[in-house]
Write a protein that binds this ligand. Sequence first.
Ligand code: ZN
Length: 189
Amino acid sequence: MVHIVQQGDPVLRELAQTVPVKDITTPKIQKIISDMKEALASQKDGVAIAAPQIGIPLRIFVVSGLILRHADPDKYPDGEDMVFINPTITKLSKKKNEVDEGCLSVRWLYGKIKRSAQASVSAYNEQGEKIERGASGLLAQIFQHETDHLDGVLFIDKAYDIEEIPPEKQNEEGDERLYDTHNDEDLGE
Ligand code: ZN
């Protein structure tokens, strides 16, 4: 099983390095991507993961295909995980929403945070092709949370009303928090 590093590990505070585009299709980088997908799939509340969270200080994040399909079934019908390499946020809406947030590397804290309602990311996919994605709601929140990871920033640096909810206190309703705390009308745009 791929280990997910926890808050306190210095790798989470590093400025992650750019991946040379010619290296994206090499076995080394492809192995890192598959380890990230494995780590993400191992967490039932996981929506996305950044490479530093498995101890690799490179600018890569992966968004769960299930979450993509939930957020925008027309654009992401197949449920495949989506890989973002060397992502840059190209647009952020001025309008922000207060949303609930947690992190696979900051167990078991949750808090409220202000995130832009819309965000666009330019990146490379796992085949080394340039991609551009715009999103709103949960997906926009994920883009901001994950690019923060690549800059050594954790959500607890910006969040407020932080509380600890240990796994044994998390009921079905608790799990829902992570997926569906947004105004549902924000999803799927
Ligand atoms: Zn995180």
